[in-house]
Design a protein around this ligand. Structure first.
Ligand code: C5P
Length: 193
């Protein structure tokens, strides 16, 4: 049976960095599930149809990392039919040997509730806004406002809202280095492997 690591958390918490590092360390496949929602939003038109007809090439568009694409993603991500259309792709990805790391908002709660390891990565609002501003070359205050809006939408939606699974381990990256966060995550995985 493949080993699954589910990583959830709000925007710019550091979950993507930890996910990539864990996948590298263990030789697992990695899926940034936010890309599925970003690509669906970026396609335009009817979002349910866009999600149903999503192909791997859609995930390679280079405008998907922008703040606008993130906002559009969080709007269409609240539509239950959009989420349903993306479930199969994620399940197939998670079934790959020898294992997979998936990061997003609902991996531990909805997509892979039986994952062997569940991490929930958080960081203070100020730290997240600063990181995102540095990444995108934007203004931290504006980033903070956008993150707030996106997190609120992600937490308050009825379908698959952002929240830690009951059995998730919380990692707070506010006051630790990237290396420390990765070391902590590896230690958690090694305990169950
Ligand atoms: O992780 P990222 O910031 O790229 O995600 C963009 C948006 O996609 C999130 O704000 C959220 O609304 C949505 N998303 C989701 N479920 C996931 C991953 C992302 O609803 N598993």
């Amino acid at each position: 049976m493949p080993f699954i690591i589910a990583i959830d958390g709000p925007a710019a918490s550091g979950k993507g960095t930890i996910a990539r590092a864990l996948a590298d360390h263990y030789g697992f496949h990695h899926l940034d599930t936010g890309l599925l929602y970003r690509a669906t939003g970026a396609k335009g038109g009817d979002p349910v149809e866009a999600a149903r007809t999503l192909v791997p090439d859609d995930l390679r568009r280079n405008d998907l990392r922008s703040a606008d694409a993130g906002q559009a993603a969080s709007r269409i991500a609240a539509i239950p039919e959009v989420r349903a259309a993306l479930v199969d792709f994620q399940h197939r990805f998670a079934a790959q040997e020898p294992g997979a790391v998936l990061d997003g908002r609902d991996i531990g709660t909805v997509i892979c509730p039986d994952a062997q390891v569940k991490l929930y990565v958080v960081a203070s609002n100020e730290v997240r806004a600063r990181r995102r501003a540095e990444e995108l070359g934007a203004d931290p205050a504006e980033m903070l406002a956008q993150l707030h809006e996106r997190d609120r939408r992600d937490r308050e939606r009825d379908t698959a809202p952002l929240r830690p699974a009951d059995d998730a381990t919380i990692i707070d990256t506010s006051h630790i280095s990237v290396d420390e966060a990765i070391t902590a995550a590896i230690a958690i995985v090694d305990r169950v492997r």
